[in-house]
Every structure is written in structure tokens, then in C-alpha cells.
Design a protein around this ligand. Structure first.
Ligand code: PMV
Length: 356
């Protein structure tokens, strides 16, 4: 597969000031992307639920400027100028000028807010990068008069943060080439909306915040450590096998198999961290306490309530919507004490980015 959506300059006479604003969700991987190569290419295929509540909202105001080939932008996070994030975005734009040749014709003021704590293990890069890219794509579309391409947005989000490529579509997204999944590829994610049992269309994901501290090892460093991990090749095989089995189970509405695979993926991700060199642990004692409680609840009630983890200590508790009331009572009685200041984000499967 080749896909290289290069951009073009804006016609000088069309330049004018304006603005755009997009809200884009986080996503939670059911089969994890962990290990990459080349220019942000995944070592295995992954699938995720697009979330609803956990999101980033980004606004870009743009003003015509002299095209001196310099990128002019300022970045504000939660109302305050943020140099660190601003530099990250600037580096991304510098490195990907071919896709945004018009970027030097406009001065940008970018403002962003998250609905959840930054670096808390919730994939903030997925929502923030996809929201940024949707704004940039929207500016391009305003000037070029072509409809905004979600495929291109996924491609460009991938170049910023791999998992961000999956936040662009409603419900379910697959990213990474898999021999048995039509159209799947490493360059951009594809939608898997409405292709599984309807129980998953509004599946719940309660995010139990165990810690909101900055991660001790970033995802970028974690991906890198996979290169030397002695289990890497069997992991990539396992992930592709899991994806195939998970999709079969989801099509049948087989929640038991769904849960087995999803929990195995979470444990594998963290096991890979623990056995990398140097070894590191992102789970906290309360991560394990919550996992034990969820397993005990499942044993007691036989309810299909499962957990998964991102690269962080927080638990994503997954369950069908008809169990909501019961799970809320269980959470209050058994889990709340393990959460940081009792913090829970009650999320569910969502519909993808929205223009504000
Ligand atoms: O998109 P990145 O580079 O931050 O990597 C994220 C990897 C995981 O969140 C751990 C798994 C995934 O597939 O989202």
C-alpha cells in the first residue's frame, strides 16, 4: 500500500484570517500497539474503542502572514502558554512540512483543553494530536475547498502519535496491516464501525484513576525498549492472533472470550514493560487491588465486567451498558477507596471527532 497525501500552498488571493475548533476523543486499545519501527509504523495490528467523555478540545485561530518559510505559532494549554507542548507541535510541523506546505502562510494561535488529567495513563496524545490534526485539516479544507479527508487525518495523526490514528472514527478502529482484515494497513487506521455485535455500540469504560502522576517511562521510550525485548517477536505474533480471535468473538457477541483476550492484552503489555531492559513497572498497588476486586466481582456475579490498562496505572473497567446500575454500586462499595480522591471518569464508546 502506498499513500502519501502531500499538501499544497494556498492561493495568495484566498488568504484570510479565521478560526476552527474541534473536539476529539481518546481511545482505549483492546489489542495493544506496543513496538514500532521506521516512521511511526506499528509492529503489529491493534484495535480500539473510540471513547466519548475523555477528549481534547482544540481551537486554532489563523492569520495571513508573509510566507518567509518560517512557522509561526503559539500554543496555550488550559489557558496558559505551554512551551513544552508548543515545541512538540512545532517539531511535528517542521518534520512534516510536505503535508502542510501552507503552514508558513499563516500564523497560528492554538489553544487546547483536556477533559482529564494530562499524563495519567489516559492516552492524552491520542486525543490531543487527533484534535490538532482535525483543526489543521479543517483549515486546509476551508482554503482548498475540498472536503476534509478522515483517512488523511488518520495518516497525519499517526505521524504525531501512533495511537492517535485510531481516534478518528466512531466506535471501533483498526490500525496496522493484518493479513485477514481487508483494507487494514500500517499507514492509517480504518473504521470498524457497525461490524460487530450491537452490545459493543455503547459499551462502558469507567476509567478508575489510581494516580495522575507523570509516567516514569514515556510511551516513546517503552516502544523503543521493545526492540531489545527477547519476547518481542512472539508478542507481535500473539497480538495479530488476538486481534483475529477478538473480532470473531465481538461479531458473535461472545463476551467471555472478549474479556479473556482484552485482559490478557493488558497483562501482556505490562509484563513486557517489567521484562524489558531496564525493567520498569507502571502499575501501582491500587491497580492490582482493583484488578483483584473486578475478578472477585465477576466470580460472585458471573457478570461480564473486565479490565484493561493503557501504558499507566489507571484501570479501564469495561462492561455492557445494561449493567450500569449494578456496576456503579459495586464501584462505590469496593473500588472507590482505591481511586485517587475517588476519581472516576465514566466513559463509553463514542462517535469520534466533532467540529465545535
Ligand atoms: O501512541 P503511543 O505512541 O503513545 O503508544 C500508545 C501505546 C498504548 O497506549 C500502550 C497501546 C495502544 O495501542 O494504544
Amino acid at each position: 500500500m502506498t499513500y502519501n497525501p502531500l499538501g499544497k500552498k494556498i492561493e495568495q488571493s484566498k488568504l484570510k484570517e479565521g478560526s476552527t475548533s474541534w473536539k476529539s476523543p481518546s481511545n482505549i486499545a483492546l489489542v495493544k500497539y506496543w513496538g514500532k519501527h521506521g516512521n511511526q509504523l506499528p509492529r503489529n495490528a491493534s484495535i480500539s474503542f473510540t471513547l466519548d467523555t475523555a477528549h481534547t478540545q482544540t481551537e486554532i485561530k489563523f492569520y495571513p502572514k508573509e510566507d518567509n518559510e518560517l512557522i509561526e505559532m503559539e500554543f496555550f494549554f488550559e489557558g496558559e502558554k505551554n512551551i513544552a507542548f508548543g515545541t512538540k507541535i512545532r517539531n511535528y510541523l517542521e518534520g512534516n512540512r510536505n503535508y502542510f506546505p501552507w503552514i508558513t502562510q499563516l500564523a497560528l494561535i492554538i489553544s487546547s483543553t483536556n477533559s482529564f488529567p494530562h499524563s495519567s495513563g489516559i492516552a492524552s496524545s491520542a486525543s490531543s494530536m487527533s484534535a490538532l490534526i482535525m483543526c489543521l485539516m479543517d483549515i486546509e479544507s476551508q482554503f482548498q475547498g475540498e472536503p476534509l479527508s478522515v483517512k488523511k487525518a488518520s495518516f497525519l495523526s499517526r505521524l504525531a502519535s501512533g495511537s492517535a490514528s485510531r481516534s478518528l472514527y466512531p466506535q471501533l478502529s483498526i490500525w496496522g496491516a493484518h493479513p485477514n482484515i481487508e483494507h487494514s494497513n500500517d499507514l492509517f487506521a480504518i473504521s470498524y464501525e457497525n461490524q460487530v455485535d450491537s452490545v459493543f455500540a455503547d459499551f462502558h469504560d469507567d476509567i478508575l484513576i489510581v494516580s495522575a502522576k507523570e509516567k516514569s517511562v514515556s510511551s516513546t521510550a517503552g516502544h523503543k525498549l521493545m526492540e531489545e525485548n527477547i519476547y518481542a517477536s512472539s508478542r507481535y505474533e500473539q497480538a495479530n492472533h488476538h486481534l483475529e480471535e477478538l473480532i470473531k468473538a465481538m461479531k458473535k457477541g461472545d463476551l467471555k472470550t472478549f474479556g479473556e483476550i482484552v485482559e490478557s492484552e493488558a497483562m501482556t503489555l505490562h509484563a513486557l514493560m517489567m521484562c524489558s531492559n531496564p525493567s520498569y513497572i507502571l502499575m501501582e498497588p491500587n491497580t492490582l487491588n482493583i484488578i483483584r476486586e473486578i475478578r472477585a466481582f465477576r466470580q460472585r456475579t458471573n457478570h461480564p465486567v473486565f479490565f484493561t490498562l493503557d501504558a499507566g496505572p489507571n484501570i479501564h473497567m469495561l462492561y455492557p451498558s445494561d449493567l450500569f446500575d449494578e456496576v456503579v454500586s459495586f464501584t462505590e462499595e469496593y473500588l472507590l477507596a482505591y481511586c485517587l480522591d475517588g476519581k472516576i471518569i465514566r466513559d463509553k464508546v463514542g462517535q469520534g471527532p466533532k467540529k465545535i
